[in-house]
Design a protein around this ligand. Structure first.
Ligand SMILES: C[S@@+](CC[C@H](N)C(=O)[O-])C[C@H]1O[C@@H](n2cnc3c(N)ncnc32)[C@H](O)[C@@H]1O
Length: 210
């Protein structure tokens, strides 16, 4: 956890610039929209970072709804302040300090960072409860030859932000954890749906907890 905080603490400004580029907005809007939220509901984003999703979540629940952003890195939360009129909490998304009353939950570019993503997805599904949706958005590697430079950047980013750089292939194990999280979401939800965005580089999945 210390590595994560120090990496994102150091790079919060650059991350925020990347996370809020105009081209990125449509993916974030799509992720918020897949939660099927209604006005007045409560939505939480786990690992909200600099808050790039929060305005989209606010649009989905309206001014009378509640938007909560949880993250472990103070510098990221500092940049999230003011976005989407959200309540920001510093805490661990693998053991969220929340009880119930959550109508939708979003995790973007975060599940690959958890040692046990299956149990985290379980925890998140329990938190939202039956009838509510959980959505995940994550980068996925392409095996196409022309995509090699993008994949190399991705591997470097995953390695730099990793908590365990001793692993032989950090990016492969990150990918495995992402896969586990998506598989668990499919198992735990009814009407699981998944689609690719950004030329196939992003996986957006969501499901209604049973
Ligand atoms: C790649 S950034 C994604 C930020 C944001 N979701 C986005 O889409 O731009 C990953 C974020 O997850 C946070 N994070 C990593 N592990 C966490 C944990 N266990 N609990 C809460 N936040 C965590 C990091 O501090 C960082 O802000």
């Amino acid at each position: 956890m210390g590595d994560v905080r120090s990496f994102y603490g150091r790079w919060a400004r650059l991350y925020d610039w990347l996370a809020t580029l105009p081209g990125v907005r449509s993916w974030r809007r799509a992720a918020a929209s897949d939660l099927d939220l209604a006005a007045g509901q409560t939505v939480v984003e786990m690992g909200c970072g600099t808050g790039a999703n929060l305005p989209h979540l606010r649009s989905a629940v309206g001014s009378e709804g509640r938007v909560l952003g949880l993250d472990v890195t103070r510098a990221m939360l500092d940049r999230a302040r003011g976005r989407g009129d959200a309540d920001l909490l510093r805490g661990d998304a693998t053991r969220p300090p929340l009880q119930s009353g959550v109508d939708g939950l979003l995790g973007t570019f975060v599940v690959g960072m958890f040692a046990d993503p299956r149990s985290v997805v379980d925890e998140w599904c329990t938190l939202v409860g039956p009838g509510h949706r959980v959505a995940l958005l994550h980068f996925t590697r392409s095996r196409r030859a022309w995509a090699r430079p993008i994949d190399a950047c991705y591997r470097a980013f995953v390695w730099a932000s990793s908590t365990d750089k001793r692993q032989r292939d950090v990016a492969d194990s990150h990918d495995r954890r992402v896969e586990e999280a998506y598989r668990r979401l499919a198992e735990r939800t009814a009407d699981y749906r998944e689609r690719r965005l950004a030329g196939g580089y992003l996986r957006l999945a969501s499901g209604r907890v049973e």
